[in-house]
Design a protein around this ligand. Structure first.
Ligand SMILES: [Zn+2]
Length: 301
């Protein structure tokens, strides 16, 4: 990229043999670093997380959750995407949504980059999961201007959190999304990444239930090593998956959850933007951008 104010800008060269007076109004040299439009900008991702936390607690099916989907839809349209919305009814009678945008790559097979939008009462959910939504939104912007081998699907899930005290009553948006796929559509998914709680903590993890194919988890670990990012594999404990990778794993689609931990303010009123760490958001964004842009057809799970 050429910076403005270059001394060799062609429009400022005199024709040979033509005398020119000293320029009365020279263009000052630009001192600020040039923002790279195709790279991941952690401040933009942070700002999305802060905007979502500013909407307050976004319990599934409430007005605040729906406002968050409006915000996400507006952002995606600004980045040039057409947006589709899936709606589904929760067991408590409320309606939640998934918002989806697609980018065509060189290959028809695609990677799903997903993040849940809802929060657990009473949390405003800056980290859980404004951080994941902000990261995926910023990836959607940065990758919209970049050629990729895989096609991409950005999916913002509703109703990930438990809606009552039954531990099975969760992951409604991602479960609905997987349930709407035909076998051929499932086979077209190379892998799924759930980006959930990436804004706080000292340790970065790739997590699965060790149920489905592990190729997406392996790819995440390999891409991290290539980018010089430290990451550790963790298996979800217990019967249920801990994020939206669960229904994908259960239906045989390679899936992985990326998270930073430990966040002591998780699911509390204190999960506000001020507590987010842009460094972990940056690492996650760079990791995923590197994974996607570096992916070759042979590497596609
Ligand atoms: Zn979460």
């Amino acid at each position: 990229m050429t910076a403005l104010g270059s001394e060799t800008a062609p429009s400022r060269l005199a024709a040979p043999g033509v005398q020119t007076a000293a320029d009365p109004d020279p263009i000052p040299e630009v001192q600020q670093p040039v923002r790279q439009p195709c790279s991941f900008d952690e401040t933009a991702a942070y700002d999305h997380a802060a905007a979502l936390a500013g909407l307050g607690t976004r319990v599934a099916g409430t007005t605040a959750e729906h406002r968050a989907f409006d915000y996400i839809t507006t952002q995606l349209r600004c980045f040039g995407y057409s947006v589709t919305m899936q709606s589904f009814v929760l067991p408590n009678g409320r309606t939640s949504h998934n918002v989806i945008a697609e980018k065509t790559g060189a290959e028809p097979r695609f990677i799903v980059l997903g993040a849940h939008v809802d929060t657990k009462y009473p949390s405003p959910g800056a980290n859980d999961n404004g951080s994941g939504v902000g990261t995926v939104l910023e990836l959607a912007r940065a990758l919209s201007m970049t050629e990729t081998i895989p096609s991409l699907r950005f999916v913002f899930f509703g109703a990930e959190e438990m809606i009552d005290s039954n531990p099975a009553h969760h992951h409604y948006g991602s479960t609905h999304y997987v349930a709407t796929l035909s076998e051929a559509q499932k086979a077209a998914i190379s892998g799924m990444v759930s980006v959930d709680m990436v804004g706080y903590g000292t340790d970065y993890h790739a997590r699965t239930m060790l149920l489905g194919p592990q190729s997406m988890s392996t790819l995440a670990m390999t891409a991290a090593a290539r980018e010089g990012i430290e990451i550790t594999f963790l298996k979800d404990t217990g019967v249920y998956g801990w994020s939206d990778h669960e229904p994908f794993e259960r239906s045989g689609i390679p899936a992985v959850w990326l998270e930073w931990r430990e966040d002591p303010l998780y699911h509390t009123r204190g999960d506000k933007a001020v507590h987010l760490n842009k460094g972990s958001i940056k690492t996650t964004g760079d990791h995923l951008a590197g994974l996607i842009v570096g992916m070759t057809p042979a590497e596609m799970p």
